[in-house]
Design a protein around this ligand. Structure first.
Ligand SMILES: *[C@@H]1O[C@H](CO)[C@@H](O)[C@H](O)[C@H]1NC(C)=O
Ligand SMILES: *[C@@H]1O[C@H](CO)[C@@H](O)[C@H](O)[C@H]1NC(C)=O
Ligand SMILES: *[C@@H]1O[C@H](CO)[C@@H](O)[C@H](O)[C@H]1NC(C)=O
Length: 381
């Protein structure tokens, strides 16, 4: 057994009591990327059931595991004292044979700007079913492309998953940007006995809009100002009666590398939280970055749902695991969400339905996602 190569891991892990046939998952279907790997690995770990994922990222320009995917799978393997076969960069097939979920300190470091937010996405659900508190030390990009910014995780994702009974602290020790990474977040996660179902179907009115616009490293502070100014102007065209408070910041000691970006958050009278965000790239004007973030926020307010397009897919797993029926009101259902639903239905008994909302406040693209959760309980409680 490869995972039991050191005496230390023999002491702390009780591995492979049983070895049932692995469930097969085609990694190329639907979203066909990292999302399918994350949801599959987390559920395998929680259910204690082996999975084999093949055709990993088959349709992508660089098929197979990238460093950040491998790092996420290794993190899950460590949390559940499991064995990971085929775990190398470029691999298109992996098998995860989970053991028992273990509390304590776990570290993941893809050595790139791989997203710490996505590392948290795959590991947080696992740590909820441990025998005690966990400390997840996650390295990589905190504000990197193709993933939620860490500010989204802390300001939007965290307060909403608390409604399910998920409690964690997120200590942002260092920010890291594309391409170097170098960021570090330590998440302290408390285990749960089980998750509660959540209903978020009342949008209410928007009561607060705020955000942060930053530059780090060698980039001029003016970019932060320009992103914030444009974003504020764009939002004001549609939302006229609210003070929009976007802080502009020059990151100093707590940042590794150079980058710029913006996140704007809106809160509603009923406790819904939405965000729009964007990151700067070489050759992209700061006002375009600000514009993109503002448009994203407005798009997620217009549909009159309670959950934005980036939270949708992140809630699916918690809905599936919760004891009872959850309902969320949201905009168009994303491919990421459809993928998470597909995987959750394959690997658990959870049942999802998606229906169009047709009440007086619904727009033509308001939907309700409902889930009969399975009520997975933590055996250690
Ligand atoms: C529509 O919105 C109003 C104002 O927020 C609210 O009072 C009402 O309950 C909503 N109706 C439905 C069916 O959600
Ligand atoms: C799940 O919810 C049901 C209904 O609220 C409750 O009776 C049951 O005790 C819950 N299950 C657990 C394990 O707490
Ligand atoms: C929804 O309504 C908007 C504005 O009324 C329109 O531009 C859009 O095409 C509609 N979308 C669908 C899916 O019907």
């Amino acid at each position: 057994w490869k995972a039991v190569k050191s005496l230390k891991s023999i002491n702390i892990c009780l591995v492979f009591s049983k070895m049932a046939a692995a469930v097969e998952m085609d990694g190329s279907i639907m979203e066909g990327g990292g999302q399918i790997l994350r949801v599959t690995a987390a559920l395998s770990c929680i259910n204690g059931a082996s999975i084999r994922i093949h055709k990993i990222r088959a349709g992508r320009s660089t098929p197979g595991l990238r460093p950040q995917h491998l790092s996420g799978l290794e993190l899950v393997r460590d949390i559940c004292c499991g064995n990971l076969e085929g775990g190398t960069v470029g691999s298109t097939e992996v098998t995860l044979i989970p053991g028992k979920i273990k509390s304590g300190k776990h570290t993941a470091d893809p050595q790139t700007a791989g997203s710490v937010g996505l590392l948290l996405q795959v590991s947080l659900p696992c740590a909820l079913y441990a025998d005690g508190p966990s400390e997840l030390c996650l390295k990589g990009g905190t504000n990197a492309d193709m993933a939620p910014q860490i500010d989204y995780t802390i300001k939007v994702f965290k307060p909403i998953v608390e409604k399910f009974g998920v409690h964690f602290d997120c200590d942002l020790r260092m920010r890291g940007y594309y391409p170097k990474g170098g960021g570090e977040v330590v998440a302290k996660v408390n285990p749960v006995s089980e998750l509660s179902p959540v209903t978020m179907t009342e949008r209410g009115t928007i009561t607060k809009i705020y955000g942060r616009s930053f530059v780090a490293g060698v980039l001029p502070y003016k970019l932060a100002k320009d992103m914030a100014t444009t974003a504020t102007r764009v939002i004001r065209r549609e939302i006229k009666d609210l003070y929009i408070n976007i802080q502009t910041l020059q990151e100093k000691d707590m940042a590794c590398g150079s980058g710029n970006g913006i996140i704007i958050i809106a809160e509603s009278s009923t406790g819904c939280i939405f965000a729009g965000s964007a990151l700067g790239k070489k050759g992209v004007y700061a006002d375009k970055v600000g514009f993109e973030a503002a448009e994203m926020l407005l798009r997620n307010i217009r549909h009159n749902g309670c959950v934005d397009e980036f939270l949708q897919d992140q809630l699916i797993l918690f809905m599936a695991l919760a004891n009872g029926t959850s309902r969320i009101r949201t905009g168009p259902v994303t491919l990421h969400t459809q993928t998470a639903i597909h995987v959750a239905e394959q690997l658990t008994q959870a049942k999802f339905t998606v229906t169009k909302a047709e009440d007086e406040n619904a727009s033509n693209d308001t939907y309700i996602i409902e889930c009969q959760g399975v009520g997975v309980t933590n055996p250690h409680f």
